[in-house]
Design a protein around this ligand. Structure first.
Ligand SMILES: C[S@@+](CC[C@H](N)C(=O)[O-])C[C@H]1O[C@@H](n2cnc3c(N)ncnc32)[C@H](O)[C@@H]1O
Length: 251
């Protein structure tokens, strides 16, 4: 299963994910009775927004972190009758029945290194003609942070890489191979500025550097995060977002 997240701290941070979520859901065209799958739903911010978009429909929220899903259940406690909460790995067969009308995903796919397997898997759960709108870190994402991490830890072995930041061409081809059509993929630089000090450290530790921290002894965590932060030219996370819009091809 994917790694665990500190869900409460995550929700307390000024997340650019809120804008990414709005932008991504804004590309959906829904009538109100559909079933939508939120792939990597985390603590459920976009799951809640989707519930508003489908007042007569349902949302399936899937995530690999049980702590993120616990927080989602608390946040959506009074709306869970229309939400199926699923703790699963998006690259493996999903424990859901039938096909959904749309799949959406925010800030998740770059945590998954095998995008061909990811798209093949998700396509099976999307009805022919169904919409696929997603965003994640794309080519060039957090390059300055990666450079700072390398300065602190030394160069990372290819197999040890914790993220995959795909580009437009290979994503388009993988989507086509997985049976998608009407494919539009683009990259958008979208830097996020934070307050220097506690806010930056907390953001880096919770949102960006978690997988690196998982591999370090607890006693080294604070030093590591501060050393990375100190090497950044400004308190800015140099995000580059990969935006995807597609449909599952009809037979
Ligand atoms: C940065 S969070 C984004 C959460 C939410 N979409 C948002 O925008 O706030 C990334 C999420 O992807 C989930 N995730 C990463 N890899 C996954 C996988 N292979 N299967 C399921 N969930 C995964 C994590 O558990 C985490 O909740």
């Amino acid at each position: 299963m994917p790694r665990e997240w500190d869900a409460k701290t995550y929700d307390s941070l000024p997340l650019p994910h809120q804008q990414w979520g709005k932008r991504t859901l804004g590309r959906l065209s829904l009538k109100g009775g559909e079933t939508v799958l939120d792939a990597g739903c985390g603590t459920g911010r976009d799951t809640a927004a989707l519930l508003d978009l489908v007042p007569d429909g349902r949302v399936i929220g899937i995530d690999g972190s049980s702590r993120m899903l616990e927080q989602l259940r608390v946040k959506l406690a009074d709306r869970l009758d229309r939400v199926e909460v699923v703790n699963a790995d998006l690259t493996k067969p999903l424990p859901i029945t039938g096909q959904v009308d749309a799949i959406t995903s925010v800030a998740t796919f770059h945590w998954i290194t095998d995008h061909a397997a990811l798209f093949d898997n998700l396509a099976q759960y999307l009805r022919p003609g169904g919409q696929f709108v997603a965003e994640c870190g794309g080519r060039g994402n957090v390059a300055l942070i990666n450079a700072a991490v390398e300065e602190v830890l030394g160069a990372t072995d290819e197999k040890q890489k914790v993220w995959y930041f795909a580009g437009v061409e290979e994503t388009t081809e993988r989507l086509r191979n997985a049976g998608f059509t009407d494919i539009e993929v683009s990259l958008l630089p979208d830097p996020a500025r934070l307050e220097p000090g506690e806010q930056l450290w907390s953001y880096l530790a919770t949102v960006v550097l978690g997988s690196h921290l998982d591999r370090l002894p607890e006693a080294d965590h604070e030093d590591f995060v501060r050393s990375v932060a100190a090497r950044l030219p400004e308190p800015v996370v140099d995000y580059v977002r990969l935006n995807i819009t597609a449909r599952r091809a009809r037979p």
